[in-house]
Design a protein around this ligand. Structure first.
Ligand code: IVH
Length: 667
């Protein structure tokens, strides 16, 4: 083919693909079959590989992702990315409307679903996507262009060759979320708690090929400079976005004239929430007329022309099938509610803890009851209440068990909890094994509760030392349901990696009574080797700051038991590290002597690890912001601590800045 023909065929294919995507994603009315789409796409791929000089920057084939980045660049937003104040009930809607009416007469509002993802800003020049950024702290975000380019519902080229910034929500559909989590489960990886976390984790992937696989979506809802395009209302903004090629919620967005109409649109959204293909967590209400918007203005922090209404924590009804008792590592007995599986806030749940006897009696939960479940803090399921009007007449009141459900030893009661006093109870063993592998302890990826229970029940693992000979049972492990070659080799690698852990992890993992993560860390830093720690006398231990008689006694009890010494010797023989590797506190100019507060959710580092890092570099962490605070580290959806920090003019770092500062100190 001659060059001109190749170029024009490439243009034609891109047009066909873009048109098909627009009809599919924006209009919800596909016009070509999947096969036809694939044929266009494959021909384009072929031409681009044969004639790379003609590959266009806005080609849909660039959606598969590219080279992995080492970090995200920082991006300063052209206008700050603010968010609205949250409200939770009808009275607050009425009072928002009243406040608006003090400034404008006869206001109109758009009522839009509040997408539950994370907001993003997309910048187009001449109609071509040139930059995408996270909100960050509102002023500075991160450049996530490569990842956003993989989102099929983000147009790489607009229907008009204009310069524009568009804001909207990057989110994960319920379907994509279920798929990502079921893949992660198969691979023995930690599951995402909800689609929002999954979307946030995916968008901040340095490898855009991974982000591409997560099938994110984008819903456009805001143009920061609408008057540049002769737009006069928010509703017109939404239409304009649709014309440009963006997915908008055009079937669900409404215009309301007063608080009553707002409330009834919100009720409607609430009633169809479960049927929607994506999670929404409320409704966003914006004054429609842009002149009115300008009249209302912004406070120092939030716009006065809009508000975010949040649905009450979602409650779902189900039937309690059984109250099952489990025995913890310390012998503690916990009653658990097992119920018919129900979808709550984005995931399927079938059990919730009932804590202890008093809790069950207070709620008067009985087998066969209809109960309502919700996710506390959106993550942990909890039983809210019993629907007494639906209780069967013959229901039997709860009675606490008297003997251990596993070894039948008579239970003892301490404060509100019952305990199995038999230290050889097999249930305590599995819990101890699970604890050994857990995140705060040896942190062995892929070694979760269920596999540990299977390994114990099948006799492969009787104590923690047996984890280190699991590679001998490779073929048998392959037969375990849900495990394949990849997950088994991940598991074995994870176990082998744990041999290199620093001493504090092992000290914590052994499960010495009263020695948790923090105490273990302090002791490892002090004694440096397992041998020195094992030989520390009671008198010596009790004299350490923060170690009282109880802890000193449980440490000595542990090491005075010959069985435990044998375990440690075996671990040594398997090559498990017995030394403290943690650096002594390295004074770093960004951290040393400074006081830090963390707020909001961090994506790439856990809070505990962030605190540990700060302390290792010579800083101190506290929980509340005051004049004495030097730096506030801000994650997603920060709370009032962030506002206070701004008010007091305290230095603010976003997560990326924090990570950069720590990685600088690693060099
Ligand atoms: S408009 C000035 N519209 O909810 C705020 N936000 O505070 C402009 N959100 O952080 C945002 N759906 O991430 C807007 N239809 C919608 C939205 C929406 C979800 C998020 C957004 C923002 C928060 C609102």
């Amino acid at each position: 083919m001659e060059n001109d023909k190749i170029k024009s065929r490439i243009d034609e294919l891109i047009n066909n693909i873009n048109k098909a995507s627009y009809e599919y994603y924006v209009m919800d009315t596909p016009t070509i079959t999947d096969q036809e789409y694939d044929d266009f796409y494959n021909e384009l791929l072929y031409l681009e590989s044969k004639y790379p000089e003609f590959k266009r920057d806005d080609s849909p084939t660039s959606r598969v992702g590219g080279e992995a980045l080492s970090k995200f660049d920082k991006v300063t937003h052209n206008t700050p990315m603010l968010s609205f104040d949250d409200i939770f009930n009808e009275e607050e809607i009425v009072s928002f409307d009243e406040k608006v009416r003090k400034v404008v007469s006869n206001p109109e509002y758009t009522v839009e679903p509040k997408m539950d993802g994370l907001s993003g800003s997309l910048l187009y020049e001449n109609g071509i996507l040139v930059r995408a950024a996270t909100r960050g702290d509102g002023v500075t975000g991160e450049d996530i262009t490569l990842n956003v380019k993989t989102i099929k519902s983000v147009p790489l080229k607009l229907n008009k060759p204009i310069d524009i910034e568009v804001r909207g929500e990057i989110y994960m559909s319920k379907k994509a979320f279920n798929k990502v989590n079921s893949d992660r489960q198969k691979n023995g990886e930690n599951l995402f708690a909800n689609p929002r976390n999954a979307a946030a984790g995916s968008v901040r992937q340095l490898d855009s090929k991974i982000a591409a696989k997560r099938c994110l979506d984008f819903m456009a809802y805001f143009i920061p400079n609408p008057t540049d395009y002769n737009i006069r209302t928010q509703a017109e903004s939404l239409n304009f976005l649709k014309e440009l090629g963006f997915v908008t919620n055009y079937k669900l967005n409404k215009v309301a004239k007063n608080a009553n109409e707002i409330i009834s649109f919100i009720d409607e959204l609430g009633s169809i929430r479960d049927e929607l293909p994506f999670e929404i967590d409320g409704a966003v209400i914006k004054v429609n007329d842009l002149d009115d918007e300008a009249r209302l203005g912004v406070t120092s922090r939030v716009p006065k022309w809009g508000i975010a209404y949040k649905f009450p924590a979602k409650e779902v009804l189900t039937t309690l099938k059984e109250i099952k008792f489990t025995v913890g590592r310390t012998g503690k007995i916990t009653p658990n509610a097992l119920f018919d599986p129900v979808h709550v806030a984005g995931s399927l749940v079938s059990k919730a803890t009932l804590h202890n006897e008093d809790y069950v009696l207070e709620k008067d939960v009985r087998v066969g009851d209809v109960i309502s479940i919700r996710k506390a803090g959106d993550v942990i399921p909890e039983v809210v209440e019993v629907k007494l009007d639906r209780r069967k007449e013959d229901s039997i009141p709860f009675e606490m068990i008297t003997n251990c459900p596993i070894c039948d030893t008579r239970l003892i009661k301490k404060d509100s909890h019952h305990f199995c006093p038999n230290i050889h109870c097999p249930a305590r063993k599995t819990e101890g094994l699970i604890y050994y592998a857990s995140r705060d302890a040896m942190d062995i990826e892929g070694l979760g509760d269920e596999i540990v229970e299977d390994l114990f029940n099948m006799g492969y693992v009787k104590d923690v030392t047996d984890f280190y000979k699991l590679d001998m049972y490779h073929d048998e492990l392959m037969k375990l349901e849900g495990y394949g070659e990849k997950s088994i080799s991940n598991l074995i690698n994870g176990i082998n990696r744990s041999k290199d852990n620093s001493l504090e992890r092992l000290l914590c993992a052994l499960g010495i009574k009263n020695v948790g993560k923090r105490t273990a860390k302090m002791l490892a830093a002090k004694y440096k080797t397992m041998d020195d720690f094992m030989n520390a006398s009671y008198e010596e231990l009790v004299n350490i700051k923060d170690i009282g008689e109880t802890i000193a006694k449980s440490i000595r009890d542990y090491f005075d038991d010959e069985k435990n010494i044998q375990i440690i010797e075996k671990l040594k023989a398997y090559g498990v590290n017995m030394k403290y590797l943690g650096a002594e506190v390295v004074e770093d100019e960004d951290f040393a002597g400074k006081t830090f507060v963390l707020t909001g959710s961090l994506t790439d580092i856990t809070r505990d690890d962030a605190r540990d890092k700060i302390e290792l570099l010579g800083g101190i962490t506290t929980n509340s912001v005051s004049k004495k605070t030097d730096v506030v580290i801000v994650g997603d959806s920060p709370g009032s601590k962030y506002d206070k920090a701004k008010e007091l003019g305290i230095t603010i770092w976003n997560e990326q800045e924090f990570l950069e500062k720590i990685s600088k100190s690693d060099k």
